[in-house]
Design a binder for this molecule. Structure first.
Ligand code: ADP
Length: 273
């Protein structure tokens, strides 16, 4: 079974300072992998390199065994769909916006979408719960609905690898869970590989099969592994410079992170003394 995505010894810098250094990991079909790490640790940069927006200084990226540097953007878009943090304002209907996901599949001199394209767009609008908004302007729906439209557009590309950059960062908990539940179920039904940047470590712990924790201090990966392996009080202290306690979520039994205030810490130390 070939990996959906393989990253080998990737390094990148915008200017002098190294942003990503010797990054290597791979993902399998049907895996949900979260990239976590402090602000500025290079999570979005990594996604931009995989999407060929940024060119790496060193290293290789393979999608289903094909080096992305030898693939055209159109070929790449048949394998990878990317949902960025926010949807840029565009004046078109939700349906027109979702149909843009079919563009990489248009034949030469094809100017209009086919009946199959429309069927696919409707299927994924239905799945994401936005079919009822198909005629609404993308500018006049809520942030959560726009995020769902972006996911529907990405799915309409029928990718092997779905990449999302903090898709839940502007959403309330209801919509955060709605989106992650949806992605998690699609992962199973479509055997989709999901690579997602998540800020919220507890959400990452609930949904991920594996985590990639970026260090932020030297551009390297601090650790890759299961949520239990990666999320330890020591790793969070070292990477985020923050004291936390980790216990098991009482329902899922996944690691659950509790932030500790200095005040609470002082009190705890006084009790121990
Ligand atoms: P994260 O997503 O983990 O918050 P980013 O990948 O956005 O981190 O940024 C990593 C580092 O690269 C940061 O120090 C950021 O300031 C810098 N950076 C991001 N984009 C650019 C850019 N276009 N030009 C120069 N530096 C950038």
């Amino acid at each position: 079974m070939s990996h959906t995505l393989t990253i080998e010894n990737l390094s990148f810098r915008y200017h002098k300072e190294i942003i990503l250094k010797d990054i290597s990991f791979s993902t399998d079909p049907g895996e949900f992998i979260s990239i976590i790490g402090p602000n500025g640790s290079g999570k979005t940069t990594l996604i931009k390199i995989i999407s060929k927006i940024n060119k790496p200084e060193k290293g290789k990226i393979y999608i289903k065994g094909n080096n992305i540097q030898t693939m055209s953007n159109r070929q790449l878009a048949r394998h990878i769909a990317v949902v960025m943090q926010s949807v840029e304002p565009v004046s078109m209907s939700v349906e027109e916006y979702v149909l843009l996901g079919r563009l990489p599949f248009f034949k030469k001199y094809q100017f209009f979408e086919t009946a199959r394209d429309i069927k696919l767009a409707h299927k994924y609008m239905e799945l994401t719960g936005i079919l009822k908004l198909k005629d609404a302007s993308i500018n006049k729906i809520s942030g959560g609905e726009r995020q769902l439209a972006a996911i529907a557009r990405a799915l309409t590309q029928e990718p092997k690898l779905l990449i999302l950059d903090e898709p839940t960062s502007h959403l309330d908990i209801t919509h955060q869970i709605q989106i992650l539940e949806l992605i998690s179920s699609l992962k199973k039904t479509l055997c989709l590989t999901v690579l997602i940047v998540l800020h919220d470590l507890n959400l990452a712990a609930e949904y991920s099969d594996r985590l990639v924790l970026l260090n932020g201090k030297n551009g390297k990966i601090y650790q890759t592994g299961t949520c239990e392996q990666v999320l330890s009080e020591k790793s969070i202290q070292e990477v985020y410079n923050t004291k936390v306690r980790i216990q098991k979520n009482p329902v899922s039994k996944r690691p659950c992170i509790f932030l500790i205030t200095q005040n609470a810490l002082n009190k705890e130390e006084n009790i121990i003394v």
